[in-house]
Design a protein around this ligand. Structure first.
Ligand SMILES: [Zn+2]
Length: 222
């Protein structure tokens, strides 16, 4: 019995020693690498240029930011859960991040939709994106490739989420009563913090309109 015990202890010691030795050896090994390619592909770089144009001086745009650089797990007590939650986000990046130019606080995350159908891994990523942005209260803006060529439209899309950015001035009239509409910021609900148009005659008229609504006369050039 004692012999078995000694053997087991020796094996465990050997295993620990070997593991430490091997890990050390691996850490010191130098691998070589080659360049993977440009940071942004052609479609992304066109969109990036439109994005910095639309954001102007009101924000700084970063591309391909690892999620773990911006987020930490919240509300977890167990070390194991924290580890898993951290690991989950560390494998993914935000495509574009707009930060406040002075404080570098995150203003919004922007995902470029290239119009291609989603593969299984992309759907998983999309789900993760939605859930992390919702829980961390970061506006997530989905932009299609066509915004790349229409800076004013892109600016309007951003202005709904980022209060620093003013869209080009526009006057809208209430579809119900014809009164001029005013811009308000939602204080509750799913659209909290987002701008919307509301009739200036409220509470007598309760007509509201999505800030991003684009009318047909704007043209839908592709
Ligand atoms: Zn009205």
């Amino acid at each position: 019995m004692l012999n078995i015990f000694i053997i087991v202890v020796l094996l465990v010691l050997f295993f620990l020693f070997a593991q430490r030795y091997i890990i050390k050896k691996d850490d010191s090994k130098e691998y070589s690498y080659r360049r993977f390619g440009p940071l942004l592909n052609p479609a992304e770089s066109i969109f990036y240029r439109a994005l910095i144009e639309a954001v102007g001086e009101q924000g700084v745009v970063f591309a391909k930011v690892n999620m773990a650089q911006l987020l930490v797990p919240a509300g977890l007590k167990k070390k194991k859960d924290i580890f898993i939650a951290s690991h989950k986000i560390s494998k993914h990046s935000f495509q574009f991040v707009v930060c406040d130019p002075r404080t570098f606080e995150v203003r919004a995350v922007i995902e470029l939709d290239n119009g291609k159908s989603l593969s299984k891994t992309k759907i998983e990523r999309e789900k993760l994106l939605l859930s992390v942005c919702r829980s961390a209260n970061i506006p997530l803006i989905g932009a299609t490739i066509k915004y790349s060529y229409q800076v004013s439209r892109l600016r309007r899309l951003l202005a709904a989420h980022i209060d620093l950015i003013e869209a080009d001035k526009e006057v809208r009239f209430c579809k119900k009563c014809g009164s001029p509409m005013i811009i308000r910021v939602a204080t509750q609900g799913d659209y909290k913090g987002r701008r919307f148009f509301t009739c200036s005659r409220q509470p007598h008229c309760n007509y509201t309109e999505n800030y991003n609504v684009v009318y047909e006369d704007d043209g839908d050039e592709r």
